[in-house]
Design a protein around this ligand. Structure first.
Ligand SMILES: [Zn+2]
Length: 323
């Protein structure tokens, strides 16, 4: 872990050991105090953790609680905020676009504003949904899996309508939520690649939007894998832009782009269509409080903090570097 922090080009200056060490117990005092302290101390703590064994003074479980938060505060969002902002002229240049969403809601969370802006400039947008979305509330008895799938696919369609995307029938792959196939040895991986390839051939998009290849959710990564497999066999594959969903909220050093990825990050100023994005997210009623599948008390709902991150003034994308 320390070596990764040391190699980060964004690591801040190393503070004196005494002040950092004295501050650490404050991080363990409670969640609110930890967050406030982390925001202030994160750069110093990471530099310190890279150089010394100061974190060894605390149980491993505390590291696991604190370090991701520190990393998030120190590197991911500040890193995104350094990316250049591309103009809306760039948006028009994307041409017809296909968005591939691992789950119903990723299309709104990750790139809802870009979709709305594409529609504003008259570009056609097609959609493909990988999973059936049934595992956000797996214990619901009132809504068995078939009902949950129906609700979530209806929410997907509604959100797309709000974003102005209503002119093409989405490709609904219905892959098992939380088990989207990630390897070519899985028969459903090959089938998903074939279905997506056929859809690509039919739609002929100039651009494909897909989750960032290491967005920290297994289904998001799997979706990236089989999209890449579908594109690899195309003689003239569309441009690929990768959008960010969970990397806003939780990310490790290894999840962020590195030199070998050969991508560059950029931002789009999406404030003009912020209301549309918020309405599209809200259309996923089952995923925002108070939810729909309420008999599963341990089910997933988007947190206020996640929504705060995801509805900022910019959407973040990665694109291949020019050859
Ligand atoms: Zn997702």
């Amino acid at each position: 872990m320390a070596a990764e922090f040391l190699s980060s080009p964004t690591a801040g200056p190393c503070p004196d050991a005494e002040s950092t060490t004295l501050a650490l117990p404050r991080l363990l005092a409670g969640q609110a105090q930890a967050e406030a302290a982390a925001a202030h101390l994160a750069p110093r703590l990471f530099a310190q953790a890279a150089d010394t064994d100061v974190m060894d003074a605390f149980p491993t479980q505390d590291h696991e609680l604190i370090l991701p938060k520190l990393f998030h505060l120190t590197y991911s969002q500040p890193l995104f905020s350094t990316y250049p902002v591309r103009s809306n002229t760039f948006i028009a240049s994307l041409g017809s676009t296909l968005v591939v969403a691992p789950h119903p809601d990723d299309e709104a969370l990750g790139c809802g504003e870009l979709l709305a802006l594409l529609r504003q400039v008259g570009q056609p947008v097609a959609t493909a949904l990988a999973s059936d979305g049934t595992m956000s509330h797996p214990a619901s008895q009132l809504f068995p899996p078939s009902a949950r799938r129906a609700v979530r696919e209806a929410e997907f369609r509604h959100a797309l309508t709000i974003l102005g995307v209503e002119n093409t029938e989405p490709l609904l792959l219905g892959l098992p939520d939380s088990q989207v196939p990630a390897t070519i040895s899985d028969a459903s991986f090959t089938e998903a690649v074939a279905q997506l390839r056929a859809f690509l051939d039919d739609q002929q998009p100039a651009t494909v939007l897909v989750p960032w290849r290491r967005d920290p959710h297994p289904d998001h990564r799997a979706t990236s894998y089989w999209l890449q497999a579908a594109l690899a066999a195309m003689p003239h594959p569309p441009r690929r832009l990768e959008y960010v969903v969970w990397a806003w909220e939780r990310v490790t050093p290894a999840d962020l782009p590195n030199v070998a990825d050969k991508v560059s990050g950029f931002r789009l100023d999406v404030r003009a269509v912020a209301a549309q994005k918020q309405q599209a997210i809200a259309a996923h009623h089952s995923q925002v409080a108070p939810g729909i599948f309420t008999d599963d008390e341990d089910g997933f709902l988007l947190s206020e903090k996640m929504l705060e991150h995801i509805t900022g003034p910019y959407e973040v994308f990665f694109a291949a570097l020019a050859p």
